[in-house]
Design a protein around this ligand. Structure first.
Ligand code: AG3
Length: 275
């Protein structure tokens, strides 16, 4: 292959390769290796420890699905918390909801936000909204300290390696439950159903023990391992399959629609088997 290619080793036997135009930025932050590159097919791309976090070309699949499913499940979400998500993509989607009064971003690495602001303006543009508060702290600690605070909590983490491991634990989910209002709900990105079945099964079982409603839904994300991605939802009261669509806000989106929302909970047999 001609030119310079970046490859992410997605599993020990599978890589995704993206042709690069140039490297815009590279640094070692206190937490991780960070790079922003310009790709030929997906536009700008954010890498953390050589793992694709997001690209300008396909970020909308992921950010719309992780944000609008929980926000439309709640009939009147006023306060939202994002853990991780320093690129700002989830925040950009959250503030499309007119009911939102405050969106808090808790990101451990300030350099992710700084670089997203500089190099990924299409994704980070919502961070300057007056309703947004950004805190550079550990999401696990933040949730431990909160009680009865948020309508919706969204965990937009990296893969469950290193510092993100705690964001996939039952103890963390119990703290999320406490940090939510009495009718609150939460969603986390939970990796590939094709390659991370055991992890997804364990998370769904943990959530079912903590929340009255625990569900799994799926969305396409072209640059993530397997191309099909999972999201796990825990809810105290509202069922994502019983949204009153007449009352839902009209959103300008590129992937998410009410029909996609409903359909995302239809699990193919190979996914039902892992649960
Ligand atoms: N959060 C990262 C999802 C995991 C991607 N994994 C992978 N490529 N191996 C996305 C951050 C976007 N806001």
């Amino acid at each position: 292959m001609q030119g310079i290619w970046f490859s992410e080793l997605q599993t020990p036997g599978l890589a995704i390769s993206v042709k690069l135009k140039k490297t815009l930025h590279h640094e070692k932050t206190p937490y991780q290796d960070l790079a922003v590159v310009e790709t030929e097919s997906y536009g700008r791309m954010l890498l953390l420890d050589n793992i694709i976090q997001t690209t300008v070309g396909d970020e909308f699949f992921y950010h719309e699905m992780i944000a609008h499913v929980p926000l439309n499940t709640h009939p009147n979400p006023r306060t939202a918390l994002v853990i991780g998500g320093g690129d700002g993509g989830v925040i950009r989607e959250i503030i499309k909801h007119p009911s939102i009064e405050k969106a808090t971003l808790v990101e451990i690495d300030a350099r992710v936000v700084a670089n997203a602001r500089e190099y990924l303006p299409e994704i980070s543009c919502g961070l300057d909204d007056a309703r947004v508060e950004i805190r550079f702290e550990d999401g696990i600690e933040h949730v431990r300290q909160m009680e009865n605070t948020y309508d919706v909590i969204i965990v937009d983490s990296t893969d469950p390696i290193g510092p993100a491991v705690g964001l996939f634990s039952a103890e963390f989910y119990r703290n999320v439950y406490r940090a939510l209002k009495p009718d609150g709900l939460f969603v986390a990105q939970t990796e590939s159903p094709l390659f991370n079945g055991r992890l997804i099964r364990r998370i769904q079982r943990d959530l079912a023990e903590i929340f009255p409603i625990a569900r799994l839904y799926l969305g396409t994300v072209p640059t993530y391992p397997g191309g099909l991605w999972s999201f796990s939802l825990g809810s105290k009261e509202y069922d994502p399959l019983e949204v009153d669509w007449k009352k839902a806000p009209q959103l300008v989106t590129r992937y998410y629609t009410p029909a996609i929302h409903q359909g995302a909970f239809a699990l193919p047999p190979f996914v039902q088997e892992i649960l």
